[in-house]
Write a protein that binds this ligand. Sequence first.
Ligand SMILES: C[S@@+](CC[C@H](N)C(=O)[O-])C[C@H]1O[C@@H](n2cnc3c(N)ncnc32)[C@H](O)[C@@H]1O
Length: 171
Amino acid sequence: MAFQLNSVVQWGRNIDEYREMFLLSDDDMKMNIAGFGDGPASFNYQATLAGSKVTSFDPIYQFTREQLEQRIEEVRTIVMEQMAENIDHYVWDRITSLEQLESIRMSAMRLFWDEYMQGKKDQRYIYHELPDRLPCPDNCFDIGLSSHFLLMYTALGYDFHVASISEILRV
Ligand SMILES: C[S@@+](CC[C@H](N)C(=O)[O-])C[C@H]1O[C@@H](n2cnc3c(N)ncnc32)[C@H](O)[C@@H]1O
């Protein structure tokens, strides 16, 4: 079935959040990195600016900048309402308020879409949907990341996850 832009929440994180989540050291950042389901995160762009080599894969990279911006604006309200409803279920020591969270996320996504077309031209953003075969030979990356995609959507099921993780491990 064709990927629908409204089937998954588009919400992007920045390089500091990625580095902290995945404990990426300065040496790790010199390796050839792949991000699966990177969506509108600014990790790729910020890492590229700092001299790293990152390739991001996501089905949303088939869409135009205008389509992505519009979807992010729709998602913004939904996510912020859900965050407000569930505020007590999160730890607020790094990010200390809903307003700060929204501002950090929107800044990351603006960075992403401002250079999205250039990233596509440079083949840093590649349209790909897991668990399909990735357009790369075996072992072509040193590190593979998946932030807030794999293991988050239980509806995708066990077989989807096994097939996706197997394909990620191949590359
Ligand atoms: C919540 S966003 C996370 C974005 C980014 N990784 C971050 O943490 O900021 C989830 C991403 O998974 C992507 N996604 C959904 N289905 C996918 C699939 N079958 N293969 C790869 N990515 C997929 C979505 O398009 C979306 O960009």
